[in-house]
Design a binder for this molecule. Structure first.
Ligand code: ACM
Ligand code: ZN
Length: 568
């Protein structure tokens, strides 16, 4: 098989003599094995054949592809003996697929929903971008003759969305999922709760919707004493969350809900102050940063609350993992002179004593282990696993937890070396709220930090790991925190095209990545996003991707990675 390094010459030749669209192999993420031959197959109005063994979800995914093709070509594709065949091949892994295009037509093979979804997405990317537009378009509706064998490098290919700092409607979340589908991501990490707003309807605790879902204003930029005075908020009903879960599942995406605990809980404390160490009163936070007040680890009511909340969420979210947060519980920045509540709370002190936790700087971490472990035991008893931010590793984390490495790569490396599974989401490579060009005056106001497209692309998740620990790295995720992101256009701008680069980190074998090839593929991806009406950053790309980002000195690189300029 010829590899894709030969493809471009082939495609250029093909484009010249056959008028095939030159974007034919600008597929992102690049499939594992691609072999092109001369010729192209016209797809408009061709009959579809679906193997009767396909399950309903796979059939629905193929119908969506057929609908898009019919809308764009203006020609009906009948069901029949099949020029475009979708066949069940039980020997393939669930996310694997093959595509053959020849003079005889198109043959797709997969064994499960995700494989069929990804085959359809690859076919769509090989067609003119107008297929993403949902309406009839004049274009050369052909697929090049090609043989593709494809499967992902990592099983966990995630994208996070913060809906607390700013709230995103169900339609906006679906659109986010649509874009994730194009680039073959399979996990949405839904950050549903934080200090600035609780977004999930919990029927047992109505004040979460009446009080915790609303804040009395929002800080203006980084002027911490300021407040725009505009009441802001919202929440998803349980029916809406189920709708999102179903929409995602139809596209092979699992939604993992996060309830961030025991820190980042001020919104919940505002409604139920008895769950905090001091008893309040508390207000839903109107500024960004890290709050001092967290759930009281010495109060059993807190665990009743958490178990009730997770019981309702488990009915909505069938995910194997439930995210329990765990980040930034101590040292809140808003009241620097105030001690951490766990250091001075009599109930927390009594709990530490009962647990035999020795006084000292590590005591709080062991107490956090107790909280994490108690929630973990509850969720495990209900057949779920926990995943949490890398702070949960501090002290003595119980077996079976999965760690999300965000403060750089070290948490993931340590987790894997201690035998825990990990998802890598290091802020130096995966925080999409950071600026994407160095011309900040031309960028929308942001939280700080720099993360260029090229830097995202350069990430190698196994770097620094012992070979025997590599199996603990489940995959990679990028995070999109929304403190300074208020509109869907801005959200999409921060997401794209960095998510395209992320998708190659998640999908492609390390030796198949090639930034110049990837960057050239963006021409076609931008046309696709234009057709979808999705916003993106053009400037982050650079002219060929390499000449726009100035080389950094070692000091600049250190500064860049430490994100000293986050702003709080
Ligand atoms: C985080 O960014 N605080 C997980
Ligand atoms: Zn306490």
């Amino acid at each position: 098989m010829r590899k894709y390094s030969f493809i471009f010459a082939a495609v250029l030749a093909l484009a010249a003599c056959r008028q095939v669209q030159p974007q034919a192999f600008s597929v992102i993420p690049m499939p594992a094995e691609v072999s092109v031959s001369e010729g192209a197959y016209s797809v408009a109005g061709k009959a579809f054949f679906l193997d009767p063994r396909l399950d309903n979800a796979s059939q629905d995914a193929i119908w969506r592809f057929k609908d898009a093709l019919e809308a764009a070509t203006g020609r009906t594709c009948p069901l029949g003996k099949g020029d475009i065949q979708f066949l069940m091949n039980p020997e393939l892994a669930p996310e694997q697929y093959t595509v053959q295009v020849s003079k005889d037509g198109v043959v797709v093979e997969a064994s499960a929903l995700n494989g069929f979804v990804y085959a359809c997405e690859t076919l769509k990317q090989m067609l003119p971008a107008a297929i993403y537009g949902g309406k009839k378009a004049k274009a050369h509706w052909v697929l090049p003759y090609v043989s593709i064998q494809d499967q992902p490098r990592f099983a966990y290919r995630g994208m996070h969305l913060d809906v607390s700092r700013h709230f995103w409607s169900v339609d906006e979340v679906k659109r986010y999922l649509d874009v994730m589908t194009v680039y073959k991501l399979n996990r949405l990490h839904w950050h549903l709760t934080d200090d600035q707003g609780w977004r999930a309807e919990i029927k047992a605790y109505p004040k979460l919707m009446e009080v915790s879902a609303w804040r009395n204003g929002t800080v203006i930029k980084k002027d911490w004493g300021s407040n725009d005075g505009i009441r802001y908020g919202g929440f998803y009903t349980q029916e809406e969350m189920k709708e999102v879960v179903a929409y995602a599942a139809a596209r092979g995406i699992t939604v993992i809900p996060e309830v961030d605990l025991p820190g980042h809980m001020v919104a919940a404390l505002a409604a139920y102050p008895e769950l905090g160490c001091t008893g309040g009163p508390y207000e839903v936070w109107t500024r960004w940063g890290v709050a001092k007040d967290i759930l009281c680890a010495g109060n059993d009511q807190v665990f009743t609350f958490l178990e009730d909340v997770f019981t309702e969420l488990m009915d909505i979210f069938p995910s194997e993992y439930i995210h329990i947060g765990g980040d930034e519980c101590f040292g809140g920045d808003a009241e620097p002179n105030r001690p951490d509540p766990w250091d001075v709370c009599p109930k927390c002190a009594a709990r530490m004593k009962a647990l035999g936790i020795k006084k000292g700087p590590q005591a709080k971490h062991y107490l956090q282990n107790y909280v994490t472990g108690r929630v973990q035991a509850f969720l495990n008893a209900h057949g779920r696993k926990i995943i949490g931010w890398d702070e949960i590793l501090q002290g003595d984390l119980a077996k079976g937890a999965t760690v999300m490495s965000w403060r750089g790569v070290q948490g993931g490396i340590e987790a894997a070396s201690r035998g825990f599974d990990a998802v890598m989401t290091p802020n130096g490579y995966c925080y999409f709220d950071f600026y994407q060009t160095q011309e900040r005056d031309k960028e929308p106001f942001g939280i700080g930090g720099d993360l260029s497209l090229e830097k995202v692309y350069s990430y190698e998740p196994f770097e620094g790991l012992a070979p025997e620990a590599e199996g603990h790295i489940l995959g990679v995720q990028a995070n999109l925190w929304t403190e300074y992101i208020t509109t869907p256009e801005h959200l999409e701008y921060m997401l794209l095209p960095r998510m395209c680069a992320l998708s190659e980190v998640q999908w492609c074998a390390a030796d198949k990545k090639d930034y110049v090839r990837f960057n050239a593929s963006l021409d076609h991806t931008f046309e696709m996003l234009d057709a979808m009406g999705v916003n993106y950053s053009l400037d982050c790309r650079g002219l060929v991707g390499l000449d726009r980002q100035p080389a950094r000195s070692a000091e600049e690189m250190e500064e860049y990675l430490s994100h000293k300029d986050w702003g709080w």
